[in-house]
Design a binder for this molecule. Structure first.
Ligand SMILES: Cc1ncc(C[n+]2csc(CCOP(=O)(O)OP(=O)(O)O)c2C)c(N)n1
Ligand SMILES: [Mg+2]
Length: 740
């Protein structure tokens, strides 16, 4: 253990009065730390015992990581800085202020478990009062959240008015706290540095000089895979050393004094605003990966004994004895007190109420703001179409494309709500702002120009380009939204959403549910989707909405016309849930469905379908770019065969308007679901199943689906036509169903 040299000017009696410090830490502080570290180990031991008695259901320990955790907690400020720890950080959380009882509530899955109310495995920390943000099990996803969290802190410091509360939208339920010099701490294991999101996070933290303190707790293994297999050259510090703007530290993380000194330097660097820090702590993992793992299968005794000699608990104990800070009696006393406390906490946790099964649906979505409610149904306020004194009709009264109205909805909402930030690939007018200032360029504003002019009006703090990395976009947005910002991000093409899939499936939609409503991340993700492009080919034409409607917690919207797009986007932005907002590229500038500007408060509630045309002979349920095609087919059917089709545009896919479907099918007794995605396992399968299940007695014909072939979309237009459902296909399907 490192010690500070005693000042030679002090006399002997001063020294005896324990002026001696250890990197600024007094003996008493080290004693306190020992108590926390020992508590951490004993809570692990208690959980292991309870697991063997089948009273808890999973155990993963923080053993070997206690010193780095306690040191980090003391180098930072609990409830002031922000924390994205991982499952080994029991000692960190105890040192920040969590209690053994709270942890044991997590282990038994109690209703009052503050981390998740019994929804998550133990050691997946979330303590709202301590700014410890909800964690998942997916290794590495937290790192981009930490980056976004830190960006939000900086944003609120620069835009303090944005932190104010406002009635009538998500802001009413989202408190914002920030500190001008706050730090975001994120920890991870050595194996997790292999995840791409780790590198995406370092890249952004470095580039934006964010005050993020990355802490790699390197125990040399990721389950059974040793570090040299994970990390080229076997040392992560060497690999990351080229990132600009970072402060780096590498040290023995089993020594709390050494760790504290390094973390204090790192924290000071971050707090001063110089940029991020990367600390690499070498630790040990004495208890196997988890209770489901037996490390003796892949680590020989010799290696395990070498580690055991570095055990932070026994080493600190020896140190305290050697330095005369504590004698054996003192050690015994602490250990007895801790053992009693942990025993009492375990007894109490075992007696705590468990969650009731009927609570499982709580907090899938916001309990505070219902985007299907009438509060989100407003009338459009179209500009007067009368001609002005110049003899021209006002521009606002002219029909606008979907692209125009999405752009104006974004603009209006950004004027109304300073918490909105927009980022994604190419969404800025120009990252090199001086070109704009010098009026050398007009600006881009998105590959489809949907965000055009927004950076020019709102500045680069609010509208900016991301790196070409989709997980980076969604992960950062999630971290920002946890803090109360409203990121409205863009995924350039649906075909390229997949790098963000881990964030979209395992993080964003689940944050509220898994934290039992302690945290939420109401992000809006706009995505250009769909085909019918003539040349879009495989990678610019995909649909796949059912993959996301299959994800609880996510709202999925898919408008077919300009007015709905404007109204639904506004609802998405003001709502308190994460929303995937699918914009069909082919509809962006289509003549079909244009509308005048509906004013800055026009909203369409979620889960309310639109009857595009009423009819009596069959019901066609569709959405997106199939709406105008189905309408054409229906009109032709009416003209040529006097068959009357009721055409339903769902507008939102999750939630969807079951009532509208049921009412219509009860009237027509025939149902066709038409969608652009490939047929099998697609969105229509669920609707068809529900109709068959719940409306069986009202049906005069089988429920039919018409959709794309079970292939991808090809480049050659002849092939594209054959693959995607055309007006003629829809016409034929409708006719056959009507005549069944
Ligand atoms: C994305 C993902 N892949 C795989 C797993 C399964 N898994 C859980 S922990 C772990 C090893 C992590 O090793 P490391 O990052 O070194 O942390 P340590 O457990 O050693 O502290 C793996 C593979 C996971 N949770 N998430
Ligand atoms: Mg490891």
């Amino acid at each position: 253990m490192a010690t500070t040299k005693v000042d030679p000017k002090l006399n002997d009696s001063d020294v005896k009065r324990k002026v001696k410090t250890y990197q600024g830490l007094t003996g008493q502080q080290l004693l306190d730390w020992y108590r926390i570290m020992y508590t951490s180990r004993r809570v692990d031991d208690r959980e292991i015992l309870l697991k063997r008695q089948q009273k808890v259901f999973f155990q993963i320990s923080g053993a070997g990581h206690e010193a780095i955790g306690v040191a980090a907690a003391h180098a930072l400020k609990s409830g002031y800085d922000w924390f994205f720890p991982y499952y080994r950080d029991r000692a960190l959380c105890l040192a920040l202020g969590a209690t053994p009882y709270e942890m044991l509530l997590g282990a038994v899955g109690a209703a009052d478990d503050p981390s998740s109310g019994g929804r998550q495995m133990p050691s997946h920390w979330a303590f709202k009062r301590l700014n410890v943000v909800t964690q998942s099990s997916a290794t590495g996803t937290q790192i981009l959240h930490a980056v976004g969290c830190s960006e939000a802190g900086r944003y609120f410091a620069r835009h303090p008015n944005a932190a104010q509360k406002a009635e009538g939208d998500y802001r009413q339920f989202k408190d914002v706290q920030f500190q001008g010099d706050e730090i975001t701490y994120v920890s991870l294991g050595d194996g997790t540095t292999s995840e791409g999101e780790f590198w995406e996070a370092l890249n952004t933290a470095s580039n934006r000089r964010l005050p993020v303190l990355f802490c790699v707790e390197d125990n040399g293994y990721a389950i059974s895979v040793p570090v040299e297999v994970q990390t080229a050259g076997g040392n992560i510090s060497r690999l990351v050393s080229g990132f600009p703007n970072f402060h780096f530290e590498e040290f023995d993380g089993t020594d709390p004094v050494v760790a504290y000194a390094a973390l204090k330097r790192a924290a000071a660097y971050c707090r001063a605003g110089h940029g991020p820090a990367f600390v690499h702590a070498h630790v040990i993992r004495p208890y196997s990966h988890s209770l489901s793992d037996d490390e003796r299968l892949y680590r020989p005794d010799s290696e395990r004994q070498r580690d055991a000699a570095r055990d932070p608990i026994s080493c600190l104990q020896m140190f305290l004895l050697r330095e005369g800070i504590l004698d054996e009696k003192g050690i015994n006393k602490i250990e007895k007190e801790v053992d009693e406390e942990v025993q009492a906490a375990a007894d109490q946790a075992l007696a705590a109420p468990i969650p009731q099964p009927d609570t499982i649906y709580n907090f899938v979505y916001s309990p505070d703001l219902d985007p299907t409610s009438s509060a989100f149904a407003t009338q459009p306020a179209f500009a007067s179409a009368e001609t002005g004194s110049d003899g021209k009709r006002s521009a606002a009264s002219q029909p606008k494309t979907m692209a125009d109205l999405i752009n104006s909805a974004l603009r209006d909402e950004m004027r109304r709500d300073e918490r909105i930030v927009i980022f994604g690939e190419d969404v800025a007018d120009a990252s090199r702002e001086e070109y704009i200032k010098q009026k050398l360029i007009k600006g881009k504003g998105g590959v489809f120009k949907l965000t055009s002019g927004l950076q020019i009006e709102f500045g680069a703090d609010r509208v900016f380009n991301s790196p070409l990395a989709e997980a980076n976009i969604v992960g950062r947005a999630t971290g920002m939204a946890v803090r109360g910002l409203k990121p409205v991000v863009e995924i350039q093409f649906f075909d390229y959403i997949w790098p963000a899939m881990m964030q979209l499936r395992d993080e964003l939609p689940i944050i509220r549910w898994r934290s039992n409503n302690a945290f939420s991340a109401p992000v809006v993700i706009r995505v250009a989707i769909g085909g019918y492009l003539t040349g879009g080919a495989i990678y610019h034409s995909q649909c796949g909405e059912s993959i996301f409607t299959h994800t609880p917690g996510l709202r999925v919207v898919f408008p077919s016309n300009a007015l709905d797009a404007a109204g639904l986007l506004r609802t998405a932005i003001r709502s308190d849930d994460p929303v995937l907002f699918l914009e069909h590229k082919r509809l962006y500038r289509e003549t079909y469905g244009r509308a005048p500007y509906p004013g800055p408060d026009y909203m369409v509630p979620f889960g309310k379908a639109k009857i595009v045309q009423p009819g009596t002979d069959l019901t066609v349920i569709t959405y997106g770019a199939v709406v105008p095609r189905a309408l054409q087919a229906a009109q032709k059917l009416e003209r040529e065969h006097q068959i009357s089709v009721e055409l339903i545009d769902l507008r939102t896919l999750s939630p969807f308007d079951w009532e509208a479907i049921a009412t219509s099918v009860k009237k027509t007794n025939r149902a066709l679901i038409a969608y652009e995605d490939s047929l099998s396992w697609g969105y229509g399968a669920e609707i068809a199943a529900r109709i068959a299940d719940q409306l069986f007695h009202h049906l005069d014909a089988p429920v039919k689906r018409i959709a794309a072939t079970d292939t991808f979309v090809a480049y050659q237009p002849i092939l594209e036509d054959a693959i995607l459902p055309q007006v003629s296909d829809l016409f034929r399907a409708m006719k056959e169903l009507a005549e069944f």
